[in-house]
Design a protein around this ligand. Structure first.
Ligand code: GLA
Length: 391
């Protein structure tokens, strides 16, 4: 059997696909759990993500197939009111956003394929949402700009999927640029592409391969804790979100927050935001040592104040920070498992992977996977389906 994506589409649906689309995953270099606190984040889009082949069908149903899970479904409009528990809730949420804008998003055969790890904090779900948004935008001739498509995908995640995530993942997937990180102000959506000038240094992602559980509810809990902190401080001074405060302003007002857990959550958000600002200056000035130290501090804050790490992420980041040739290492994404991101001297990468992999397995009993990040462009239609590497 020929396993290329177009052939699989033909085998499954009995006809040719009409369009191929791609949306990348992302790795966040620094700035964790600050997007929903109105701060700056610094992610980049990856070369891997989710591909989607689509063709129109004659009825008002949509068929969802993926090559990544053993589950396919054909749904109609009733799925907007009875949300399925299965993965097609991600594209359905985006379809519902198109419906809310007055478009008819039904009547497609869809085949998804992700060449990235799922549920590993590299935004596989945002890439499914964004690729659906790009596809519908093209098929419907809707002419919606990429930032609005990212916002629609975030609303799909918030309102339909039920995770109150910020805008970082969908924005990075929409607006990624090859060999650039995105300095994104999540309060205003103003952004700047910053060249990843990292001569002789590689961005290495390490996957804990921990089975993540209850991430959505723990994530939503952290978010409410930060909102509570902002509410308490707003009694003393006008404030929309925690990241409007400098660390000094925050410490002066910290007495407003009497609950020690909420105080630590808020302290993470405020100090992380300050670290992102400093890290962007460091990268622009070519000071990768400083960038790396800020990554290490970010991990410590996520471990001690935000409490979203755990033995797996702490072992990968902590052991990495001790190795020769490592400038910095931290967890990336929501946490509770998933991946770390490290800056590693390129000639030290093979020994980094061998030593860290061995120490991780010895201490945690799991096997880590490693990826050397290639930073790619944002979500797009792949015009020449036949020439695509996948087809
Ligand atoms: C998840 C969310 C993002 C962001 C990160 C943490 O990836 O989807 O919006 O909050 O966690 O930085």
């Amino acid at each position: 059997m020929n396993n290329t994506l177009t052939n699989r589409f033909r085998e499954i649906y009995g006809r040719e696909a009409e369009g191929l689309y791609f949306a990348p995953g992302r790795v966040n270099l620094i700035g964790e759990h600050v997007d929903y606190n109105g701060g700056l984040v610094f992610p980049c889009a990856l070369s891997f993500g989710t591909y989607l082949l689509a063709a129109r069908r004659d009825d008002k149903k949509t068929a969802f197939t993926t090559l990544n899970f053993d589950h396919a479904a054909t749904r109609d409009e009733s799925a907007f009111t009875t949300k399925p528990a299965t993965w097609e809730k991600y594209p359905l949420g985006v379809m519902k956003e198109f419906a809310a804008k007055g478009f008819d998003p039904w009547g497609y055969d869809l085949l998804f394929f992700g060449d990235m790890p799922n549920g590993a904090s590299l935004s596989s779900s945002a890439s499914i949402e964004m690729v659906t948004a790009i596809m519908l935008n093209d098929q419907l001739g809707a002419n919606i700009d990429p930032v609005e498509l990212a916002l629609m995908s975030q609303r799909a995640e918030n309102l339909f999927v039920g995770m109150n995530s910020g805008i970082m993942d969908q924005f990075a997937s929409a607006m990624g640029k090859e060999n650039h990180a995105i300095a994104l102000d999540c309060a205003t959506l103003a952004f700047e592409w910053v060249p990843l000038a990292m001569e002789g240094v590689s961005v290495v992602i390490a996957n804990t391969n921990k089975q993540r559980k209850l991430v959505d509810s723990k994530y939503n809990e952290r978010r409410s804790e930060c909102e509570e902190a902002a509410r308490l401080i707003a009694r003393r001074r006008p404030l929309n979100a925690l990241c409007e405060l400098s660390p000094e302003e925050f410490e002066a007002l910290a007495g407003e927050i009497t609950h020690p857990t909420i105080l630590r959550r808020a302290r993470h958000a405020v100090t992380e935001h300050a670290r992102v600002k400093e890290a962007i200056v460091a990268l622009k000035g070519g000071d990768l040592q400083r960038f790396g130290r800020l990554m290490n501090e970010s991990h410590r804050s996520l471990k001690e104040d935000y409490e979203v790490t755990g033995i797996e992420l702490d072992t990968l980041a902590g052991e990495a920070q001790r190795l020769d040739g490592v400038l910095g290492s931290r967890m990336t994404g929501a946490g509770f498992g998933g991946c770390t991101v490290s800056l590693v001297a390129s000639d030290a990468v093979p020994s980094f992977i061998a030593t860290l992999g061995e120490r991780y397995t010895r201490r945690v009993g799991l096997t880590a996977d490693f990826y050397i990040a290639r930073v790619g462009n944002g979500a797009r239609k792949i015009e020449n389906v036949r020439q695509s590497i996948l087809c």
